[in-house]
Design a protein around this ligand. Structure first.
Ligand code: SF4
Length: 231
């Protein structure tokens, strides 16, 4: 096992055992007990969800937090919920995954050249982690960022992921750019050689965005085509 994979295994073990945010621990464990009728037979994961994919990959995909009955049930990022149902087919079409479905940790999914992580590793009530909870979780992301030595780009899914990624990139490059355009869908930042990684933004593929037409399949497809071209 390489040093990077050993460090990642240690990190993931810390993530899985973390109980730092009392509100989120209580919430994620309550969901395990109450469940959703459709998943009554499932043995819910109910713990923080570690990152997923190729830590030696070139692109980091950054989301917000596990869904209560998605990742918090299956134990894998974007797996078993509406966001994943929108994300993985798009990644598959762009050649970043081995299959378009993500149903459980045993479904055979492989990620190619990408690593998926989140700002917050525990399912939050109403999908809204507090500022303090995100700060508590941030060291895990910092460490993944450092471990991704081949990273050339970040795709941020949503405004909160964008803010975190921007902060990480500023710190890594020792820069503090002024007049940054505001967050929006399909924007590309740092596409020059002076700052690495580049940062590409998308609306989050949550049901709230995809069912209202705020984020369409076409818009999402264009994000991954752009990411592919930037490699
Ligand atoms: S959100 Fe992060 S810091 Fe808070 S309990 Fe979960 S894993 Fe730990």
């Amino acid at each position: 096992m390489s040093d990077i994979h050993r460090n990642l295994s240690e990190l993931n073990l810390e993530v899985i055992n973390c109980r730092r945010c009392s509100r989120l621990v209580e919430w994620r464990e309550r969901i395990v007990r109450t469940k959703k009728r459709a998943y009554f037979e499932w043995d819910y994961w109910g713990k923080p969800v570690p990152g997923l994919g190729d830590i030696n990959g070139k692109i980091l995909i950054l989301g917000l937090a596990p869904g209560a009955h998605g990742s918090n049930r299956t134990g894998r990022m974007f797996t078993g919920d509406a966001s994943g149902d929108f994300l993985y087919p798009a990644l598959y079409d762009a050649g970043f995954t081995s299959q378009p479905e993500a149903l459980s940790v045993n479904d055979g999914l492989k990620l190619k050249n990408i690593y998926i992580s989140a700002v917050c590793r525990c399912a939050p009530p109403d999908n809204k982690p507090t500022r303090e909870e995100m700060a508590n979780c941030r060291p895990f992301l910092d460490r993944e960022f450092t471990l991704m030595r081949n990273m050339v780009g970040v795709v941020a899914l949503g405004k909160i992921a964008f803010d975190s990624a921007l902060d990480l990139i500023k710190k890594q490059n020792g820069i503090n750019p002024t007049n940054m355009p505001k967050f929006g869908h399909g924007k590309l930042y740092f596409s020059n050689d002076r700052v690495r990684p580049w940062l590409l933004t998308s609306y989050h593929p949550s049901r709230q965005n995809t069912q209202t037409g705020r984020l369409t399949k076409k818009m999402f497809k264009e994000i991954w085509e752009t990411a592919r071209k930037l490699l």
